[in-house]
Design a protein around this ligand. Structure first.
Ligand SMILES: [Zn+2]
Length: 200
């Protein structure tokens, strides 16, 4: 855990692989109106939360990748968390509702599968939010190369510390928790069960 957070901060410090869309968006137009619409879209999308984890938004989750203007149409690029994630339909719908309600039509939500989403795209701040919500964030970086098709990794699991009391004495209860992307763990110190966001 500590290593993962430290790594994220190192990467941030060096400006490497920063997934945050506001630092990645390409500006398709130089007009002030275009800039304003893109900024308004980012602001509206900040309020679109992960349907399964209401304390982190889709940018923090790493699903929201890019906002550009193509002609007069806003193109919102999203990357699905993994094939078959039941929350993706809801995420797309929530994005459309947020942009529509903000008066930002016309827009188009485009799914891009490559590079494949990875939990590595979640920042140290996002890890903190997950922990405060009672979910243990991924305890190590995934081994995604971003070139492989989306798949579950079967590498040995690092023991996540308890998000409630920070004890390292935790045990796996079930590989699938409240959703397929989380495992159910239990703290042997405070006895509290918790969801663990599996590295992917
Ligand atoms: Zn505990």
């Amino acid at each position: 855990m500590a290593l993962n957070v430290a790594l994220s901060r190192e990467l941030d410090a060096f400006g490497i692989a920063d997934p945050r869309p506001q630092q990645r968006h390409q500006v398709a137009t130089n007009t002030a109106v275009g800039e304003t619409r893109i900024a308004a879209a980012h602001a509206a999308l900040e309020c679109v939360m992960d349907p399964e984890i209401p304390v982190i938004n889709l940018r923090e989750l790493g699903v929201l990748r890019n906002v550009v203007l193509a002609g007069s149409t806003l193109h919102i690029t999203i990357t699905p968390t993994y094939a078959g994630c039941p929350a993706m339909g809801q995420m797309r719908e929530d994005i459309e509702v947020a942009l529509h309600n903000a008066g930002l039509s016309p827009f188009k939500v485009v799914s891009v599968l490559s590079p494949a989403w990875t939990t590595d795209w979640m920042s140290a701040d996002t890890h903190d939010k997950l922990r405060r919500y009672g979910i243990a964030p991924p305890a190590h970086l995934s081994d995604s190369t971003h070139e492989q098709p989306i798949r579950w990794h079967t590498k040995p699991q690092t023991t996540p510390p308890c998000p409630q009391c920070a004890s390292p004495l935790t045990e796996l209860v079930a590989q699938s928790g409240s959703t397929a992307c989380k495992a159910l763990w239990r703290c042997t110190q405070c006895r509290e069960p918790f969801d663990y966001f599996k590295p992917y």
